[in-house]
Design a protein around this ligand. Structure first.
Ligand code: HEM
Length: 467
């Protein structure tokens, strides 16, 4: 077998493409890495620690694989989809019922899109909690935040295309949230919808952004992101000897070819198999054709914006849809620059104390959100407050002040223990994460008819109306 491989890789044809032989010695392995466009993404050797499954969980690569798979399934869907108000819904129906493999292709695309948002979010958590945003990787974190926004944009614009009740109303609500941004909001709404309402103009623009603008931007920024991983010295790993973050050399290393290449191939096969199984098991939802005169009850934004929709229940849009998420976004963006110390990167939670801070802040944040929701919904006399107090006080000062106190309170407690900057960031990031997660879950599972707060099993919203 090896002789055969040697023969093939020594042939003139092979060498005209790859220029190296069968890699059974260090020199050939090095040549394989440096002379191949795809393998050149890796250094010749990589640290064993960075390959540990429980370090990265392969989440960055999984996000990338999902992006590539979405590009392929989306390309196939374009053969049959018509982006007009009259033809969009029938073309999806046609795809599902008469085109061979049309239903599964649609399922692959729909489930892949949800999974990509989820994988990008989880990858961000992994990067944060392992301190992999620390110098020299600050800018790659910023590029990552850009990728997350583009991923959300790609998913949001695709949501409208089936033109059913779910997509029509989710986008109507989602875009009305966008319109609250001061100054930019209405302009953004007009840019996206081509008017005040979701119609043919909106469908054309969403289609153009979904099939061309956003995937192109994603491809460009993702390439930059991967190039930066390579240029920043590979993944951040912890040196056992010095406690410093180092590039791979001083630790146990392995050749990237074939070890990393094999891991990547296996991960690609695993993700593809899981996606195919999921798409065989569950069909992408398709409700009745969009009807602008019939609002579903409850009408919900896509799941990743339901947290924002939920927040809007407690205060003025300029606070809940603009200021609060704006501050959270700004915090995410500048986060690596608030923690300039490279020490402690590459290790989950950096220290035992970091781990405890994350656990306690998560528990605190769960209690704090439920306290906020209960107080705002059942205890404060909201009706009376809105009648007696100026709007500025009842809808901005009171809920905003309450949220701010709940966020700041644990930072004051931690301050007394002289925390490192990293520890303070762990506290704030965990709070932000848990607040977002709980508001999303409450909006998703505990809002029934009239968007009233009910117990999850009384919400009576089928899965087809949620995803
Ligand atoms: C479309 C979305 C994204 C893709 C395709 C992607 C892809 C990747 C890949 C393949 C890696 C190397 C392997 C790994 O860490 O698993 C990586 C590393 C990294 N990513 Fe992402 N990423 C995305 C989004 C994000 C986000 C949202 C953030 C943070 C806000 C982020 C920040 C980083 C950083 C700082 C590194 C270097 C980590 C280290 O050195 O350990 N990425 N990304």
């Amino acid at each position: 077998m090896t002789r055969l491989l040697h023969r093939i890789t020594r042939s003139r044809f092979w060498r005209s493409i790859f220029r190296h032989g069968w890699p059974d010695n260090p020199l050939d392995r090095t040549l394989v890495m440096t002379s191949n466009l795809f393998l050149h993404l890796h250094p010749v050797k990589v640290s064993r620690l960075s390959l540990k499954a429980t370090y990265t969980f392969g989440l960055g690569l999984i996000t990338l694989i999902l992006f590539i798979s979405l590009t392929m399934s989306g390309f196939m869907l374009m053969f049959y989809y018509s982006p007009t108000v009259e033809r969009a819904y029938p073309s999806i129906l046609n795809m599902q019922t008469t085109i061979p493999y049309g239903q599964i292709m649609r399922n692959l695309h729909r489930w892949g899109a949800h999974l990509m948002v989820l994988a990008a979010l989880l990858h961000m958590l992994r990067v944060f909690y392992t301190g992999a945003y620390k110098p020299p990787r600050e800018f790659n974190w910023v590029l990552g935040v850009g990728l997350l926004v583009l991923t959300l944009g790609a998913s949001f614009t695709g949501y409208l295309l089936p033109w059913d009740q779910l997509s029509y109303w989710a986008i109507t609500i989602g875009s009305s949230i966008l319109a609250y941004a001061p100054g930019l909001g209405p302009a953004l709404q007009i840019f996206l919808l081509g008017g005040q309402e979701v119609g043919q103009e909106a469908l054309t623009r969403f289609y153009a952004l979904h099939v061309f603008g956003l995937p192109l931007a994603l491809a460009v920024v993702a390439s930059l992101h991967l190039w930066r991983v390579r240029k920043d010295g590979g993944l951040a790993v912890q040196s056992i000897a010095s406690g410093n973050t180092v590039a791979s050399e001083s630790l146990g290393t392995v050749y990237a070819f074939p070890v990393v290449a094999l891991i990547e191939i296996l991960l690609t096969l695993g993700v593809s198999l899981a996606l195919v199984l999921l798409s065989t098991w569950a069909n992408a939802p398709l409700l009745e054709i969009a009807n602008p005169y019939l609002t579903p009850d409850p009408a919900k934004a896509p799941w990743y914006f339901v947290g924002l929709q939920e927040l809007l229940e407690y205060g003025h849009p300029s606070l809940m849809a603009v200021l609060a998420p704006g501050l959270a976004g700004l915090f995410l963006l500048i986060l690596p620059y608030l923690d300039p110390q490279p020490l402690g990167a590459g290790l989950w939670f950096t220290s035992q104390r970091g781990k405890r801070i994350a656990a306690y802040s998560a528990l605190y944040a769960i209690a704090a959100v439920f306290f906020f929701i209960t107080l705002e919904t059942y205890i404060l006399p909201r009706q009376l407050m809105q009648e007696r107090l100026p709007q500025f006080v009842s809808l901005i000062i009171i809920p905003g002040g309450l949220l701010a106190v709940l966020v700041i309170l644990p930072t004051i407690v931690l301050w007394r223990f002289r925390p490192e900057r990293r520890e303070m960031l762990i506290l704030l990031f965990t709070e932000l994460l848990v607040f977002t997660a709980i508001f999303t879950l409450v909006g998703w599972f505990m809002r029934g008819s009239g968007f009233q707060l009910v117990l999850p099993w009384l919400a009576k919203v089928g899965l087809a109306h949620r995803v």
